[in-house]
Design a protein around this ligand. Sequence first.
Ligand code: ARG
Length: 444
Amino acid sequence: MAALSDSTHFDWVLAPYDLAGSRAHARVLHRAGLLSTDELTRMHEGLDRLAADVANGDFTPTRADEDVHTALERGLVERVGPELGGRLRAGRSRNDQVATLFRMWLRDGARRVATGALDVVAALLDQAAAHPGAVMPGRTHLQHAQPVLLAHHLLAHGQALVRDVARLRDWDLRTAVSPYGSGALAGSSLGLDPAAVAEELGFDAPVENSIDGTASRDFAAEAAFVLAMLGVDLSRIAEEVIVWTTAEFGYAVLDDAWSTGSSIMPQKKNPDVAELARGKSGRLIGNLTGLLATLKAQPLAYNRDLQEDKEPLFDSVAQLELLLPSVAGMLGTLRFDVARMAELAPAGFTLATDVAEWLVRAGVPFRVAHEAAGACVRAAEARGVGLADLTDAELGEISPALTPKVREVLDVAGSIASRDAHGGTAPRRVAEQFSRLTAVVADH
Ligand code: ARG
């Protein structure tokens, strides 16, 4: 049963938070008249010594310690004696302790993840800045659709990532409430002030309801979702890097330092970072769904099932802390073959929509324009040429409205320049997006 029940092997990372909680709790016990000033001083000295011993490894949990809380209580009793050490238990329970400390750990972890995600955005911004005029075939259904600026495409990934960072910030507003003082579930009868503990531990306020404080883990599930979403967003970038670096695409080459070779094939350059990003997103989703399944149908308040809440989140944060710097390194050092991308940008008749929209600007109804542009594609396809290679006569035959002036949109640069509404791919609009995203990153 001990082997089943023990959590010290994973919850030991909460030790610094548990010690901070104990310091704050000692202070409210003192304020409530339950510890003398001398006892508070000795308690804090003992906790400081214990913290130092934990930090330098002189104090570690033993097999007999069930969890981080019981281990540290033993450590305190060993340092200040059972009489004083035993007083700290008053008015608190491991139920409110663990709910508080887990929130503290997760808030710090979320901040580290946010920093790592913003570094990935910075790498995307750097690549966008380095390739202001580079064009590529924009795709839908992975098929060539319309030409876009490479920078526009890279910044699209940046937008998704800054939303994830914004989600973490927004999540923090809900998570910054402290369950300390909720006791086992019903609150404390000892005149302790939960608000004082909350403030000392960096929370905005104590929880409204002690039952909810000890029973709720939606803060963990919500964090698991945001971390999974971040993983999914990274996996979408990763998948593109994987295809972009194939011989068939040839859009980009990975830097040697951020790719791996093969033990048998000397020519290989494998996108392992991208593949691990793609693969780990599955694990992050699993952490979310596993936790939700654990929480489902648990009656209020604390149940031991809740001990299963920590490992998935510890894991999601740890995986992202490994992944994010590598993804930033891989993206920042990717070398784009802009000539190849420019050559492919008009391929697959990506300018057909431009023909249709040019006709609309000339007063032709879109249904008719769409039909005429389709006829241009069929004519070019039949001759095995591009849209721009159709002669004036061929164009005029398809529609009298198709004058030679249509050629202004039959080149990639003209097409891109024409999409200049807010958010579009025209260079000045992408430059605006770049500035705003740069400001968002600088703001965090
Ligand atoms: N280790 C437990 C957890 O992580 C906290 C202990 C509460 N245990 C109890 N029997 N009330 O959730």
